[in-house]
Design a protein around this ligand. Structure first.
Ligand code: ATP
Length: 459
C-alpha cells in the first residue's frame, strides 16, 4: 500500500531522518533539520549523483562556488526582474497565496496557470469563485509580483550598494566560473560542470513536508555543447537522468515525463522536460531538464564585458556554447527514495508484519549493525568486533532491548546486514550475519567478516 505524507513525516521523525527546524523554540515554519540517519542518506544521495555526473563521468567536472555572488549576476541572469511568483492575499484571514497554485488546487490539477497573465488569473478566480482554501471566504487583494530571492547586505553598511542575494539556484555560479574551468581543466566542448549546494527561495507557499522549502539543496549540471547539437544532448541527459533514478531503486511506475509544450517554454529555452515522481499527493516535479541555448553565457558576456566565447581548437571556430541543464533537488529525491523504499511487509514464517526500508545498499544510512545477542554476556566481544567493522564500513552498535526488536529496528532503517555475537562466538570466533531482505543468517569467521561484508555490499 502506498505511504501517506503523514506516514512519511512520522517515520522520518521517529527514526531520526528529519526533525522540525528550530523545534526548541516552537519550530520555524517549513524548515527541517536532518538527523543522524537523514544526513547519511542525504550524503549518500549526493555521493551517488556526484559519482554518476562528475567523477565517474567521461564528460564532466565539478566546482563549488559561493552562495553569495556579485549582485550583477542576478541582474544578468534575469532573476532580479523575472524570478517572481504571483502573490495574492486573502483579506479575511491574511493567508498569502500563489495565484497560479490556487487555480491549480481549485481545478484539482486540471488547469495549469503557470505563466498566465495577472488578468487571466484574476478572471479565472472570479468566474469560478475560487474561495480561500484556509477560511473559505472570497475577498482577495490584487495579484502582484513577489520576487523569491532572499536579500541581505554584505559588509557594515546596509545600503543599496552592498545589497547581495542568497543564490536561488547553483547554476549561475557555474556560468561565472565557465572560463576559469575551461582554462584550468583542459576540457573541450562538449563538457559539463556539476555543482551541489544550498539554494534559497522565499517561496510564497512552501509545504508538503520537505518537498517545497525556502532553503534546500540542488545538484545541477550545466552541460556545454556546440550550437545545433543541443537537442541531441538534451535527449542524452534526459535518458541519463531517468536511468540514474532507476539505478537508485525508484520504480519506473512512479516516474513520468512532462515535456513542456512549445508555448509554455521560457523564452530562452528550446526544450524542457520535468521528470515527475508520484509523491503521496500525486505526480509532481522531481527533476527539471532544460535546453537553455546560450542565454546565460550571452547575458554574462554582455553584463561583464568579458568575452565568454569558446575557441574550437580543431576548427578555430568561435562560438558561445549552448547549455543543457539537468537540475535536481536533494530533498525531493530523498522524499521519493523514502516513499519508494518504505514498506510494511508480512513475514511468511511468523505471520508478523515488519516495517522495512528496502533501500538500495549504496544509499542505506548504515551498512552494518553490530549486536550482542545478550548484552550481559556478549558486550565485550561485540565491542571489539564493532571496532573492527568500523575500520571498513559505516556501522552502528546497538544493545538496547531484545534481539528481535533490534533486528526490526535495523530493518526499518534499511540496514542491509546485522552481525550478531552469541555464545558460539566465544567458542569458535564466528558471528552470524543476517540479511535484511531475506532474513537469512549465515555464520562467518570474524577474521573474514569485513571481506565478507565488502563482497556483499559491493560498494
Ligand atoms: P517548482 O515548479 O516545483 O517550484 P521549479 O520549476 O521552480 O520548481 P527549478 O527552478 O527547475 O524548479 O529547480 C530545479 C529543481 O530544484 C527542482 O526540480 C526541484 O527538485 C528543486 N527545487 C526547486 N525549488 C525547490 C524548493 N523550494 N524546495 C525544494 N526543492 C526545490
Amino acid at each position: 500500500m502506498a505511504n501517506t505524507l503523514e506516514q512519511l513525516l512520522n517515520y522520518s521523525k521517529q527514526y531520526g531522518f528529519v526533525f522540525q527546524g528550530s523545534e526548541l523554540y516552537g519550530g520555524l515554519a517549513n524548515s527541517w533539520d536532518y538527523g543522524p540517519l537523514g544526513v547519511e542518506l542525504k550524503n549518500n544521495l549526493k555521493a551517488a549523483w556526484w559519482k554518476a555526473f562528475v567523477t565517474h563521468n567521461p564528460y564532466n567536472t565539478g566546482i563549488d562556488s559561493g552562495i553569495i555572488l556579485h549582485s550583477e549576476t542576478w541582474i544578468a541572469s534575469g532573476h532580479v526582474k523575472g524570478f517572481q511568483d504571483p502573490l495574492m492575499d486573502c483579506k479575511e484571514c491574511k493567508t498569502r497565496h500563489r495565484a497560479d497554485k490556487l487555480i491549480e488546487l481549485h481545478s484539482k490539477g486540471k488547469v495549469d496557470a503557470d505563466g498566465w497573465s495577472h488578468e487571466k488569473m484574476r478572471e479565472y478566480i472570479e468566474i469560478n469563485k475560487v474561495k480561500c482554501p484556509v477560511c473559505g471566504n472570497f475577498n482577495y487583494t490584487d495579484i502582484r509580483n513577489f520576487n523569491l530571492m532572499f536579500k541581505t547586505h554584505q559588509g557594515v553598511l546596509e545600503d543599496d550598494k552592498n545589497l547581495v542575494y542568497l543564490r536561488p539556484e547553483t547554476a549561475q555560479g557555474i556560468f561565472l566560473d565557465f572560463k576559469n574551468v575551461l582554462r584550468t581543466s583542459r576540457k573541450k566542448i562538449p563538457f559539463g560542470i556539476g555543482q551541489i549546494g544550498k539554494s534559497f527561495r522565499n517561496e510564497i507557499t512552501p509545504g508538503n513536508f520537505i518537498f517545497r522549502t525556502r532553503e534546500f539543496e540542488q545538484m545541477e549540471l550545466e552541460f556545454f555543447c556546440k550550437p545545433g547539437t543541443e537537442l541531441k544532448w538534451f535527449d542524452y541527459w534526459r535518458s541519463f537522468a531517468i536511468d540514474f533514478l532507476k539505478t537508485l531503486g525508484l520504480s519506473a511506475d512512479n516516474l513520468k515525463l512532462y515535456d513542456h509544450p512549445q508555448e509554455k517554454l521560457s523564452f530562452y529555452s528550446n526544450a524542457t522536460t520535468d521528470i515527475l515522481y508520484r509523491y503521496p499527493w500525486g505526480f509532481d516535479e522531481l527533476w527539471g531538464i532544460a535546453s537553455r541555448t546560450d542565454y546565460d553565457l550571452k547575458q554574462h558576456q554582455e553584463h561583464s564585458k568579458e568575452n565568454l566565447e569558446y575557441l574550437d581548437p580543431e576548427t578555430s571556430e568561435k562560438y558561445l556554447p549552448f547549455v543543457i541543464e539537468p537540475s535536481l533537488g536533494v530533498e525531493r529525491l530523498l522524499l521519493a527514495i523514502l516513499n519508494d523504499a518504505l514498506v510494511e511487509e508480512v513475514v511468511e514464517q511468523t505471520n508478523e508484519s515488519r516495517t522495512l526500508l528496502k533501500i538500495d545498499k549504496r544509499l542505506a544510512p548504515y551498512k552494518v549493525a553490530v549486536l550482542p545477542l545478550v548484552k550481559k554476556y556478549h558486550q565485550e566481544k561485540t565491542e571489539s568486533v564493532f571496532e573492527n567493522v568500523l575500520k571498513r564500513h559505516v556501522a552502528v552498535y546497538d544493545d538496547t532491548g531484545n534481539i528481535g526488536r533490534r533486528y526490526r529496528r535495523q530493518d526499518a532503517i534499511g540496514t542491509p546486514y546485522c552481525v550478531t555475537i552469541d555464545n558460539q562466538t566465544t567458542e569458535d570466533d564466528t558471528v552470524t550475519v543476517r540479511d535484511r531482505d531475506t532474513m537469512e543468517q549465515v555464520r562467518v569467521p570474524i577474521g573474514e567478516l569485513n571481506q565478507y561484508l565488502q563482497s556483499k555490499l559491493d560498494l
